[in-house]
Design a protein around this ligand. Structure first.
Ligand code: NAP
Ligand code: MG
Length: 499
């Protein structure tokens, strides 16, 4: 392998890349794509090609759907605990291969290896095991109806073939958020990873086969939104499409669902989350929290706290502390000895983010830190310095639109009413944060802010037991917790005449 960073990779990582997985995983077999086409996935740290992978077209989607349909009755009818046991076994295998998966994740996505190893991978198995545990606990209820001599009960049944389309920022974790509850509940699955980060999903497929999942239960199709993702969204025999990605693509998926078979849709979309620092908070902790709320994963996180509201009395103090901290963040490739911020995912993303920065400067927002690309040894990669803007005009594009890069926009506020009005003045509603020692104020904000998740004196925690999803144009449906099982099941009501 050429162009790999200087790092002692696991032999299995190198072998996986050398074998260049040019095939699709359908019915527990690696099959050549009917499209006859492949595409390259790159390392965002140096733009080098890591591997060629198969491009699935509509015919490949048909083949995967046929396999998943054929597998569905037996999988749905299996004793639920046996489905759970297979998911637990998959989690064990992921643990055993965690080093390889973390290296592949860092190569494909760019994130620091420390983050992949200590963040992504442990979360992957924690979430998978949590959902595996639900498999044999999915219950219905008995219903006290008004008719005499009728015994009425409900069952929660799986939907059938589920399609999962996911983004590139947490490739394996996003896959598991959908795979876990979908398979635990008895559905079969077709997973399409993002075209920028297909490697860990392909590796996962092989682990699923090793775990002993029956053929057709999990299928992995690599390919871009067009044609692969669109063919899934339009497919008449996919019963549900679970999507994480941008709001614009989410809207297209709903449209395709409406026009095909009214497939169920759940959407985890973009965000422009407000994070608030009140003057009475633990200011150093709040600054650190605000810093990581934006700059972890180079800002490429749907919950990133990209709009920072600071109470006027501590505004200068917070700006000073934040810019000092941000100036010390090390931007480098993910395998570097010391690195806080890795590259952006692609050249397109780098251009997009740089465009927002240039426009923000022209529109009158003041740049306090960062804003530049990196030269020297990193010039081939998609690197950008963590950037802090201060602003007062809420209508700026960089304040309203999701940038999905390392850009924080900071503003001052004077009172709670103003704060709530401004915090809620975007189309998004994914997450929000607040830092204060006043418990009443914290809860007032938490109740008034339009967001699916609110963190008080913290930011960014995600747990398999805690429901997660959006308000407004950040989407609908709740992943994690019991709610995730509800997303992948439907309720049947059974009436029994006991007369
Ligand atoms: P994206 O362009 O919407 O892509 C997401 C997925 O959809 C990818 O697999 C993509 O395929 C696929 N896709 C693109 N066009 C499609 C179409 N017409 N039909 C079906 N599928 C299609 O988003 P992204 O830029 O990769 O990811 C960043 C976005 O995801 C951000 O907006 C972020 O907020 C959001 N996100 C949300 C959450 C959450 O939990 N709410 C989590 C992470 C990210 P290809 O990329 O392979 O072409
Ligand atoms: Mg890649």
């Amino acid at each position: 392998m050429t162009n790999l960073p200087d790092y002692s990779f696991q032999p299995a990582t190198l072998k996986f890349l050398e074998d260049s997985p040019k095939k699709l995983f359908i019915n527990n077999e690696w099959v050549a794509p009917q499209s006859g086409e492949t595409f390259a996935t790159r390392n965002p740290a140096n733009a080098a090609v890591l591997a060629e992978v198969a491009l699935a077209n509509a015919a490949d989607v048909d083949a995967a759907v046929a396999a998943a349909q054929a597998a569905f009755p037996a999988w749905a009818g299996m004793i639920a605990g046996e489905r759970g046991a297979l998911l637990f076994k998959l989690a064990d295998l992921i643990d055993q291969h965690a080093d390889v998966l973390a290296e592949l994740e860092t190569l494909d996505n760019g994130k620091p290896i420390r983050v992949a190893r200590r963040g992504d991978l442990p979360y992957v198995t924690k979430h998978l095991r949590y959902q595996a545990g639900w498999a044999d606990k999915i219950e219905g209820s008995t219903v006290p109806v008004t008719f005499p001599n009728q015994f009425v009960y409900t069952r929660r049944e799986p939907l059938g073939v589920v399609g999962a389309i996911i983004p590139w920022n947490f490739p394996l974790l996003m896959a598991i958020w959908k795979l876990g509850p979908a398979l635990a509940a008895g559905n079969t699955l077709i997973l399409k990873p993002a075209e920028q980060t297909p490697l860990t999903a392909l590796y996962l497929a092989e682990l699923a086969r090793e775990a002993g999942f029956p053929p057709g239960v999990l299928n992995v199709l690599t390919g871009p939104g067009l044609p692969t993702g669109a063919a899934m969204a339009e497919h008449a025999h996919i019963a549900k499409l679970a999507f994480t990605g941008s709001t614009s693509v989410g809207a297209r998926i709903m449209e395709a669902a409406a026009k095909s078979n009214l497939k169920r849709v759940s959407l985890e979309l973009g965000g422009k989350s407000p994070n608030v620092i009140f003057a009475d908070s633990d200011i150093p902790a709040a600054i650190r929290g605000a810093q990581w709320a934006v700059f972890s994963t180079a800002g490429q996180e749907c919950v990133a706290g990209t709009r920072l509201f600071v109470e006027r009395g501590v505004y200068d103090q917070v700006l000073e502390g934040l810019t000092a901290n941000v100036g010390k963040m090390v931007v480098d490739h993910g395998f570097a000895e010391k690195v806080h911020v890795g590259p952006l995912i692609s050249a397109e993303q780098l251009e997009r983010v740089a465009g927002y920065i240039d426009e923000g400067k022209k529109a009158g927002a003041e740049i306090l830190a960062g804003g530049e690309r990196l030269g020297d040894g990193l010039k081939d990669g998609y690197f950008l310095k963590p950037t802090v803007f201060s602003y007062s005009d809420d209508s700026l594009r960089l304040v309203q639109e999701e940038i999905f890069g390392p850009v924080a926009a900071v503003t001052a506020f004077d009172d709670e009413d103003e704060l709530i009005a401004r915090a809620n003045a975007t189309q998004y509603g994914l997450a929000a944060g607040v830092w204060t020692r006043d418990i009443g104020k914290a809860h007032r904000y938490a109740h008034a802010v339009q967001a699916g998740t609110v963190w008080i004196n913290g930011y960014g925690m995600i747990d398999p037991a805690a429901p997660f999803g959006g308000y407004k144009m950040s989407g609908f449906g709740r992943e994690m917790g019991k709610e995730a099982i509800d997303l992948y099941t439907q309720v049947k009501t059974v009436w029994v005449n006991t007369q």
